[in-house]
Ligand binder design. Structure first.
Ligand code: TXA
Ligand code: MG
Length: 339
């Protein structure tokens, strides 16, 4: 199969692929998604095949406008409307009771469905032109870091999908926050582009699911099935070092082998002379860190380093999502440096 690459102004032409039941990668503000007609089971089945995705891992439905939500769910709680008004379009996925029109394959047989209205003009133009919700996971091969550029998508998916529409680099860089509204109080299943603090301002109490913060043990069930899989992992082993940045830089300098790759805050570049260094952004700038994270993990793979050491921001704001993705890349091998 030849993968056709569309430019951002070709949303209507690209949407034709969705209408034909084919696979189209689309840009969103978080990461690129691998899209298909979310109401067409055969089309959605192709997503699982192309990604090598386990069939028990449900997909998010992407809608062009918050007003579409009611068509694909039932018994919507009042919180859904308040959250949609506050954060859509944007990097928030709401888990709600599934409506009759949503095929089994999208939800992996669950009674709930994830819905998100992305904040990207190209994504919304494609969904509007297709006239159907687009089911889309991140457009990486299963287990690889999520793609934040069209080039990343082609690295993983060239020849496996019908099309890709290039919307430039993603501005958020980590995936959406997933919030389950089918329980009381609502439960955070995956930290992401909308901060937990911002959700609490609208909702009050929110429970943070264990699966969002650590690896689940044998016999434990992940409420977001995708959170149980190893993810984002470069080939070389990753160690994440948490704590005061001065201390974590010193710790890494002491422990890293000579062929190590280092993901460090810009302020510490001088500490790692002679290493393969990738700059994470300034220690205070979590927006930049989020944007660079997945590209950095991919770049270390190409550089052929034997081990990777990463500094890590604190948990406030976007830091929770960044720390979560880094920890997953590290298989939760995390060192806490005493303050
Ligand atoms: O930012 C994003 O969310 C990106 C862009 C493309 O929108 N999408 C994305 O999709 O990250 P994916 O499939 O890579 O991750 C979706 C996560 C998975 O962990 C999946 O298990 C969970 O959402 N999920 C989907 N539907 C669910 C449901 N009904 N209940 C619980 N978890 C669900
Ligand atoms: Mg994914």
């Amino acid at each position: 199969m030849k993968t056709r690459v569309f430019e951002s102004h070709q949303a209507e032409e690209a949407a034709e692929l969705i209408r034909q039941g084919k696979l189209l990668a689309i840009p969103t503000e978080t990461v690129y998604g691998l899209g298909a007609d979310g109401l067409n089971s055969k089309a959605v089945a192709k997503i699982f095949a192309a990604k090598g995705r386990p069939e028990d891992n449900p997909l998010i439905l992407h809608i062009a406008d918050g007003g579409w939500m009611k068509w694909y769910c039932r018994d919507l709680p009042p919180e859904a409307g308040r959250l949609a008004a506050a954060f859509w379009p944007g990097p928030l996925t709401l888990i709600v009771k599934r409506g009759d029109r949503v095929p089994d394959i999208v939800t992996a047989g669950l009674d709930t469905v994830g819905i998100r209205c992305p904040d990207h003009p190209v994504a919304r133009a494609v969904i509007s032109a297709a006239g159907v919700p687009i089911a889309a996971p991140s457009a990486n091969r299963s287990g690889r870091p999520s793609p934040t550029t069209a080039a990343h998508v082609l690295e993983d998916m060239d020849g496996l999908i019908d099309g890709l529409i290039d919307g430039g680099p993603c501005t958020v860089g980590v995936e959406s926050t997933i919030l389950d509204l089918t329980c009381v109080p609502p439960r955070l299943l995956r930290p992401g582009g909308v901060a937990l603090e911002a959700l609490k301002e609208v909702l009050g109490e929110i429970v943070v699911d264990d699966g969002a913060l650590r690896t689940l043990g044998e016999g434990e069930t992940a409420r977001a099935p995708g959170m149980k899989y190893r993810h984002y992992a470069p080939s070389a082993p990753v160690t994440v070092v948490r704590g005061d940045p001065d201390e974590t830089a010193a710790y890494i300098a002491l422990h890293a082998g000579s062929a190590a790759g280092i993901l460090c805050f810009d302020e510490y570049v001088w500490t790692f002379d002679g290493y393969k260094v990738i700059l994470f952004g300034s220690k205070a700038d979590k927006h930049v860190q989020a944007r660079r994270l997945f590209d950095a993990l991919r770049a270390f793979d190409e550089a052929g380093v034997t081990e990777i050491w990463a500094q890590c921001p604190d948990d406030a704001g976007l830091g929770l999502a960044i720390a979560n993705r880094l920890s997953k890349a590290a298989g939760f091998r995390v060192v806490e440096v005493p303050q």
